[in-house]
Design a binder for this molecule. Structure first.
Ligand code: AMP
Length: 316
């Protein structure tokens, strides 16, 4: 393991080899959690799990930097489950608040709590846009151990008079407002794939003396994935033509997800591929929940071969 001192805090740089000998039972997790992890068939913790779980169990704040797909979810769900075994939920006072940028990610985190929390009796509430919240609200009334939410929906219910302003705001101001609503004495686990200045500023304001765990990006790409860079001309229509050629030259292409970084690019590319006769769907944050679910379902069932998605909608 390499340790670096930056701005007075200890940074743990985790590499694949560092933790190859560490097992889940070395991390200090409770027996119930260990049993669920064993049932899930995991043999060894991933680097972000090995780096983040022990300090999270010790009550430290965490700044975790790791790509999607590196086991980040379990690195906060597992220690949270262990810690939640002490104490009980109280009415309208969720014990843990988890904020996710998209509804799909929020639902995925809930699934993780159900899988890893199979030996716990936890009350989990999910507040996400586009889904009826009556039942979730009842759970909150009774007392939730875990509240998983997208910021928009959360503010909808906690600060109703701010709903119109929220519409005009981006994501970060929402989080800052939520931070003011939750108790000052808290443990915060903050995970991000990248650390642009805006996110760094947010985490600086949010975390107290965090343990910083960075997973080296080289360790995070799955070995089964072949990566290629293709040079292309800069005009959009030229990129689209090249993309069509790339798709057509794949033998046995079963399905594919094409990521774009803007919603407008998603729509343009989707329409273009459709015009050229491809079996294609689109997925981005402006679509209502019903269309998003239907689109994902169609893709899973191979009714749609290509899915064009904004990178935020597609994360995880
Ligand atoms: P995540 O980065 O949280 O989205 O996790 C990516 C995938 O890795 C999920 O399908 C998890 O079920 C799986 N996973 C998480 N932790 C482990 C582990 N320690 N060993 C094997 N698979 C894992």
């Amino acid at each position: 393991m390499e340790c670096h001192k930056t701005s007075g805090q200890l940074v743990t740089l985790v590499t694949e080899t560092t933790f190859s000998l560490i097992t889940f039972s070395d991390l200090g997790l409770s027996q119930k959690v260990l049993s669920a992890v064993e049932d899930a068939g995991y043999r060894t913790p991933t680097p972000i799990q090995a780096g983040a779980i022990p300090p999270a169990l010790a009550g430290r704040d965490i700044l975790g930097i790791a790509q999607t797909g590196t086991g980040k979810t379990a690195s906060f769900v597992l220690p949270m489950l262990s810690r939640l075994e002490k104490g009980r939920a109280r009415a309208r006072m969720p014990r843990t608040l988890i904020l996710e940028p998209t509804r799909e990610l929020a639902a995925q985190v809930q699934e993780n709590f159900i899988t890893y929390g199979k030996y716990h009796k936890l009350n989990i509430a999910l507040l996400i846009g586009g889904v009826s919240f009556e039942e979730q609200n009842r759970k909150l009334e009774r007392g939730a151990d875990v509240l998983i939410a997208t910021p928009g929906r959360l503010l909808d219910h906690q600060v109703i008079d701010e709903a119109d302003r929220m519409l005009d705001m981006g994501f970060i101001p929402d989080i800052e407002r939520i931070a003011k609503l939750i108790p000052f004495t808290r443990q915060t686990l903050f995970f991000s794939a990248t650390m642009p200045a805006e996110i760094q500023r947010l985490s600086d304001g949010f975390l107290q003396n965090p343990e910083e765990v960075r997973v080296a990006p080289a360790a995070s790409a799955a070995t089964t994935v072949t990566q290629r860079v293709v040079a292309c001309k800069s005009k959009d229509f030229e990129k689209r033509a090249l993309l069509r050629d790339l798709i057509r030259e794949q033998d046995n292409l079963k399905n594919a997800i094409i990521f774009c970084n803007r919603k407008r690019d998603v729509s343009d590319l989707f329409r273009s591929l459709e015009r050229h006769g491809f079996s294609v769907g689109a997925l981005h944050g402006d679509m209502d929940q019903h269309s998003r679910t239907a689109m994902l379902q169609g893709f899973r069932e191979n009714k749609i071969q290509l899915l064009v998605a904004s990178d935020v909608a597609a994360r995880g």
